[in-house]
Design a protein around this ligand. Structure first.
Ligand code: FAD
Length: 576
């Protein structure tokens, strides 16, 4: 007799990061009933980790900038895989997104005369990244949490959603449990906005937090009948920490290279000389990640499997003034003083460019009433994300989708429910809780992450990807032997069992799409297909094991294409 709570609300927002909160605020501002739920404290969502900034062609520093130029830079950096309509919507509405934040009280850095300051990020033509120190994401999250509180948006941030409730391809809510006491929740809703983040914790090293970005989005969406676009397109950041284990992948800001840090292999060689002699350590993120990966693979890595990032030759004052966060992080995590010793780093999974396939105009999915936004969605970044574009996407589509969900809810004459769908969701949890085998969830999670790190990292090839799928089959067979044991401290073990299923599904989607994309494009490096194949300017849409369709991408409009010139990024600050 497990307690079950029943709730009913016009719009349910799943995810209390920047995207989910912005959508919830839009709904509340329109007077539409909304409930936002998350599986981590709202003040500590993944969005808080974003450091460097948020893009909009405000032209406060460079009046020549324009939304069209922002669009051109975005599409160019996406290696032509971004959807031009999505890009246009984001870049044209970006100023409005910043205005909204200002209206909510966001403390942007400003020039002496009051203009919002804007700085360069790699591969932008003009200075268009607004920021708040190197805590931009934290300030955005704080601002949105405060605004949601002013509007009295109800938020349950200890609720783990296990299933979307769907009848005849129409969503009618979601099912989940409370992480503290296990109380089940049936939430009926006319419309559901999925804002549950990406799948970067599918790899062993990730710049994301523990227990977020575990692929929940993929699992929830696919089981509901939606599809995933380009799961193979994952951005790897060159500098993630190797240990401690529970913080593996924690980001060392690119500012460490920007300020003059040197990268060395185990032989002490500054290896970027061989990969990008002109720009050396200031080369682009994908190139540096590829170079570090190649060094490690070639046996020139450190004993733990990384390379060295050394800032110890810089004046101590420079480090303390310009890299305080890096200095503090290394002291806290490794008791390492970077003014004296080098940092051991390796590429780390950083951002899911792929995600739920959505319509550009409102981010509706293949399931009626179901929307997806933020890192959970896809369409803006293609094969490489322009730094600073993720945060603005949250603001723009949070607003647009909030409105669309409100209109959809208002247009429904009746909500079609299904007792069977609820019963299935209920039974799924019961079955997991009944498992008393010897397999440990954490061990299996680690096994999936090892597979992905080994076979679907920065560089991929057919043999490795096929091997990865075989090994994934083997790990999945072990799921039957799981033991799931909630304890007095809460239902974390159950949550991890669901995380594991999301991670495994996201891993399969990624491996299969990576096999299918027989080319090298942006973040996706195939050593057996080292060139870009123009005929593969398509999105790969995954709807379940073995099911991938190719989808054409509309041509880039002339007025944007004409602005897509070669961009010199060498002098640009590296900050994210
Ligand atoms: P998230 O913030 O990941 O929120 C997801 C929400 O979904 C959370 O509330 C989570 O609890 C909830 N959730 C997930 N699964 C479930 C479930 N099953 N049940 C219930 N709730 C669930 N981008 C930029 O533009 N500029 C930057 O400078 C920048 N710097 C970055 C630095 C770092 C170190 C990292 C890691 C990322 C950075 N990014 C940056 C990327 C950016 O931070 C993220 O893409 C963005 O914050 C994602 O926001 P989101 O709202 O989509 O998802």
């Amino acid at each position: 007799n497990v307690p079950e709570r029943r709730l009913s609300v016009p719009v349910l927002v799943i995810g209390t990061g920047g995207a989910g909160l912005r959508a919830a605020i839009e709904l509340a501002e329109r007077g539409v009933g909304v409930l936002a739920v998350g599986k981590r404290p709202k003040t500590d969502a993944h969005t808080t980790m974003a450091a460097g900034g948020i893009n909009a062609a405000l032209g406060t520093m460079d009046p020549e900038d324009s939304p069209l130029q922002h669009a051109a830079d975005t599409i160019k950096e996406s290696y032509l895989l971004a959807h031009p309509d999505t890009v246009r919507i984001v870049t044209e509405n970006a100023e409005r997104g910043i205005d909204d934040l200002v209206r909510y009280g966001m403390p942007f850095a400003r020039e002496a005369d009051g203009r919002i300051s804007q700085r360069f990020f790699g591969a932008h033509t003009w200075r268009r990244t607004a920021f708040s120190g190197d805590y931009t994401g934290l300030e955005i999250q704080r601002t949105l949490v405060r605004r949601a509180a002013e509007l009295a948006v109800p938020i349950l941030d200890t609720l783990y959603i296990t299933r979307l409730l769907v009848r005849d391809n129409v969503v009618f809510g979601a099912y989940g449990f409370d992480l503290n006491d296990g109380t089940r929740h049936v939430i009926h809703a006319d419309a559901v906005v999925l804002a549950t983040g990406g799948h970067t914790r599918t790899w062993r090293r990730t710049s994301s937090r523990r227990d977020e970005n575990t692929g929940d989005t993929f699992r929830l969406a696919v089981l509901a009948g939606a599809r995933i676009r380009d799961p193979e397109l994952v951005q790897f950041h060159p500098s993630g920490l190797l240990d401690p284990e529970d913080a593996a992948g924690t980001l060392v800001s690119e500012a460490a290279r920007g300020e003059g840090g040197h990268l060395r292999n185990a032989d002490g060689e500054r290896f970027m000389r061989r990969y990008d002699p002109e720009r050396m350590e200031l080369s682009t993120r994908d190139r540096v990640a590829l170079a570090a990966f190649t060094e490690i693979r070639a046996g020139r890595g450190t004993p733990k499997g990384g390379v060295w990032l050394d800032v110890s030759h810089l004046p101590r004052e420079t480090i303390m003034e310009r890299l305080p966060r890096v200095h503090r992080t290394l002291l806290e995590l490794q008791m390492l003083d970077i003014t004296e010793k080098p940092i051991e780093i390796a590429p780390t999974a950083h951002y899911s460019m792929g995600g739920v396939r959505v319509r550009p105009e409102d981010h509706g999915t293949d399931v009626e009433g179901l929307f997806a936004i933020g890192e959970a969605a896809s369409g803006l970044h293609g094969a490489n994300r322009l730094g600073g574009n993720s945060l603005i996407e949250l603001l723009v589509y949070g607003r647009i989708t909030g409105r669309a969900a409100a209109e959809y809810s208002a247009s429904l004459s009746a909500q079609q429910r299904s007792a069977r769908a609820v019963e299935e969701a209920r039974r799924e949890i019961d079955e997991l809780l009944a498992r008393d085998g010897r397999e440990n969830v954490r061990v299996l999670q680690r096994a999936v992450r090892d597979i992905m790190t080994e076979h679907a990292g920065v560089v991929r090839d057919e043999a490795g990807l096929l091997q990865g799928l075989l090994e994934l089959d083997e790990v999945e067979e072990r799921f039957a032997g799981l033991g799931v044991h909630p304890d007095i401290a809460g239902h974390q073990d159950l949550a991890h069992a669901f995380d594991l299923q999301g991670t495994a599904l996201a891993a399969r989607a990624t491996l299969e799409a990576a096999l299918e994309r027989r080319e090298t494009r942006g973040c996706h490096n195939r050593s057996d297909f080292p060139a870009l194949d123009p005929s593969l300017r398509v999105n790969l849409v995954w709807s379940g094991p073995g099911k991938i369709d190719r989808e054409e991408i509309p041509p880039v409009p002339d007025e944007i294409a004409s602005l897509m010139r070669e961009v010199d990024t060498s002098s640009h600050e590296l900050v994210e």
